[in-house]
Ligand binder design. Structure first.
Ligand code: F6R
Length: 264
C-alpha cells in the first residue's frame, strides 16, 4: 500500500538587499513505499504515464543505483511489447569528464547497458553530455541548446547524493546554474568509487545539467532509497531551501514528487 503525504509550506528567501521576500509557496509530494521494488514500480508507472500521454515524450534521466531497477522494468515492458521508445527523446543529467561511451565507468556506458541497447531508442534522440569534447564549455552550451530545442523535459528522474547533490550540482551551486563543468567533492568521489576499481580512477570533474535547467522540467521525481539517505532526505524536505543542500530547491518546484522507502 502506498502512503501519500503532502507538505505545503511558504518560504522566506533573503534577496541581495537583505529584505525578506515571499518567494514561493511550494508543495512537495512524498510517496512512501516499502522497498526498492515498490519504489521502482511506482517510478515506472509515472514514466509510462508520461510516455503514453505525449506523442514525443522528453525524459530527463539519471544514472546510479536509484533508477537502476526502474530501467530493468522499462526494458521488460518493451520486451512485452507494451511500450516503444521510438519517439522518445532523452537527456541525461551528467557525464564524467574524460570518459568515453565505451568506458565501462562512464554514464553513457551505464545508459547503454541498462536501457538504450535493450530498447528501440533512436540514436539521434539520445542526449548525454560529451565528457570527451575538446571544448567543454562549448559542449555545455550545445547540450543546453538541445534541451531548448526539444524541451521542455516532461519528466526528470533524479537521485540524490549524501550531500544533497542532484546531477553533479554539489553544495554551493547556484540555483540558477545551467549545464556546466562541475568539480566533484571528495565525498562524492568516495561514494561513487564503488562503481570503479579504485578511487584514483574516479574523475575529478563532470559535465552536469544545472539546477536552473533541472527546475524547468514539467515534472520531477526524486528517488531516495536506503537508511543512509535518511538525514539528507529530512533536510531536503523539512530544511530551509538553501544552495548548501541542492535538492532542497525541489521544495520550490510546482510538480516535484519524492518516492522513498524512508519515513520523513
Ligand atoms: C547520476 C546523478 C547523481 C546520482 C546521485 C545518487 O546521474 O546525477 O546525482 O543520482 O549521486 O546516486 P545513487 O543513486 O547511486 O545513490
Amino acid at each position: 500500500m502506498l502512503k501519500i503525504q503532502e507538505f505545503s509550506k511558504c518560504y522566506f528567501v533573503k534577496n541581495y538587499w537583505d529584505f525578506l521576500l515571499v518567494a514561493e509557496c511550494g508543495m512537495m509530494k512524498i510517496i512512501k513505499v516499502k522497498d526498492n521494488e515498490e519504489l521502482s514500480l511506482k517510478a515506472l508507472e509515472i514514466v509510462l504515464d508520461v510516455m503514453n500521454s505525449h506523442e514525443t515524450p522528453v525524459l530527463g534521466l539519471a544514472t546510479g543505483s536509484s533508477p537502476q531497477l526502474m530501467y530493468r522494468y522499462l526494458v521488460d515492458k518493451y520486451r512485452q511489447k507494451e511500450i516503444s521508445f521510438a519517439n522518445t527523446i532523452t537527456f541525461n543529467l551528467d557525464e564524467y569528464v574524460g570518459l568515453s561511451p565505451e568506458n565501462a565507468f562512464s554514464y553513457h556506458y551505464y545508459m547503454n547497458e541498462n536501457l538504450f541497447d535493450k530498447v528501440d531508442m533512436a540514436e539521434d534522440n539520445i542526449h548525454i553530455p560529451n565528457g570527451l569534447a575538446e571544448n567543454l564549455k562549448m559542449e555545455c552550451n550545445r547540450f543546453e541548446a538541445e534541451i531548448k530545442k526539444h524541451g521542455p523535459i516532461h519528466l526528470q528522474i533524479l537521485g540524490v547524493g549524501l550531500n544533497g547533490h542532484i546531477g553533479f550540482n554539489e553544495p554551493g551551486t547556484s540555483f540558477e546554474s545551467r549545464t556546466h563543468i562541475a568539480t566533484l567533492e571528495e565525498s562524492t568521489r568516495q561514494a561513487n568509487s564503488r562503481f570503479f576499481s579504485s578511487i584514483d580512477e574516479v574523475p575529478k570533474e563532470a559535465l552536469t545539467m544545472g539546477i536552473g535547467t533541472i527546475m524547468e522540467a514539467e515534472q520531477i521525481v526524486l528517488l531516495v532509497q536506503g537508511e543512509h539517505k535518511k538525514a539528507i532526505l529530512h533536510e531536503i524536505v523539512h530544511g530551509e531551501v538553501s544552495e548548501q543542500v541542492p535538492a532542497s530547491v525541489l521544495q520550490l518546484h510546482p510538480n516535484a514528487l519524492v518516492i522513498t522507502d524512508l519515513d520523513v
